[in-house]
Design a protein around this ligand. Structure first.
Ligand SMILES: [Zn+2]
Length: 256
């Protein structure tokens, strides 16, 4: 049994109809959020989670944190209206050097998807959406020389803070990858960092590699509703085993 409280950190990228693992159709996203609302599971922020770990706050037995990587424009168009209608907070991880442009990194779709501009991001930050850093240029951090690594981790935080006037405390490494050196750089500047290991978080999880639930795996509503009802353990275990087998043979940027 996992130790309570359990926190499911949901991972989304694009909310669109592209037939790829980094996109979820708007109607499915809406159904997933409706199911969260119906289940009554509280949606909290990463700050709440940190406060709970510091003993400053208590969490219910199960709660949810919603995260989006890459800051695609469809967040603003598709996800934000649903989140704000339900009063659900969320975190969007921004690759600051790509703001107002398109995805241009390894694994990008063709044609590339558009990324929000600064005025979109400033508007979101003023309306209940927390921004986190997703580096400047979306590199694989493990491939960088030390100075470039520090620059990607530090300057992205500084840029976001200058733009939105709020402290930026949360980070997501591109591709979920951060070796020892990357971790060291991240933990010096951020309170949390999220990864891609497919597990439910607890207050004991590695705070610089928090597990997340890839929501692509919960496109079937019955499966998501079962999970929310606490009946999803068998599926989680099977999916984790499959994923580990796939990651052992695939190149890391093919991870979702
Ligand atoms: Zn990304």
């Amino acid at each position: 049994m996992s130790k309570a409280p359990i926190v499911d950190i949901l991972m989304y990228h694009s909310i669109a109809t592209d037939d790829v693992a980094t996109a979820i159709a708007p109607d499915i996203f809406k159904a997933q959020m409706d199911a969260v609302e119906t289940s009554g599971t509280p949606v909290i922020t990463l700050d709440d989670y940190v406060a709970a770990r510091n003993g400053e706050k208590s969490l219910p037995p199960t709660s949810i944190i919603i995260t989006f990587d890459d800051a695609f424009v469809d967040f603003q168009e598709q996800a934000f209206p649903i989140l704000s209608e339900k009063g659900f907070p969320a975190t969007v991880y921004v690759p600051t050097g790509c703001v107002g442009g398109t995805e241009n990194w390894r694994g990008a779709l063709q044609p590339p998807r558009h990324i929000m501009n600064w005025s979109d991001l400033e508007h979101l930050a003023a309306n209940g959406i927390q921004l986190g850093s997703h580096t400047i240029s979306h590199p694989d951090l493990n491939e960088l020389k030390t100075l470039d690594l520090i620059e990607e981790v530090r300057r992205s935080k500084q840029t976001l803070e200058d733009r939105v006037g709020k402290e930026i405390n949360h980070f997501a490494p591109p591709y979920g990858i951060a070796d020892y050196f990357a971790r060291t750089a991240i933990e010096r500047l951020y309170q949390t960092s999220v990864g891609t290991s497919f597990e439910r978080a607890t207050l004991e999880s590695d705070i610089i590699d928090l597990p997340r639930l890839e929501m692509f795996y919960f496109k079937k509503m019955k499966r998501w509703e079962d999970h929310l009802a606490g009946k999803g353990k068998g599926y989680m275990t099977r999916r984790r085993t499959l994923r580990q087998a796939r990651e052992a043979v695939n190149r890391p940027w093919e991870r979702v």
